[in-house]
Design a protein around this ligand. Structure first.
Ligand SMILES: [Zn+2]
Length: 63
């Protein structure tokens, strides 16, 4: 039943990069589960939707 807690960090060069966000309610010790379009905390039930990537910028020139 115990989930492996590996994979929360990824070594990039000399520094560790967090691959999962921590829960803003539970603190930095609890990580949010990654879903397709959202993240959720299995501890307190907090969930947030992933903001879509900004697809504007190019092609918006006024002609
Ligand atoms: Zn939480």
């Amino acid at each position: 039943m115990a989930k492996a807690r590996v994979g929360l960090y990824e070594a990039k060069g000399d520094s560790l990069v967090r691959t999962h966000r921590s829960c803003p309610k539970c603190g930095p010790g609890t990580f949010l589960a990654e879903h397709k379009d959202r993240r959720s905390c299995g501890r307190c039930g907090y969930s947030e939707s992933k903001s879509p990537p900004p697809s504007r910028g190019k092609g918006a020139k006024s002609a």
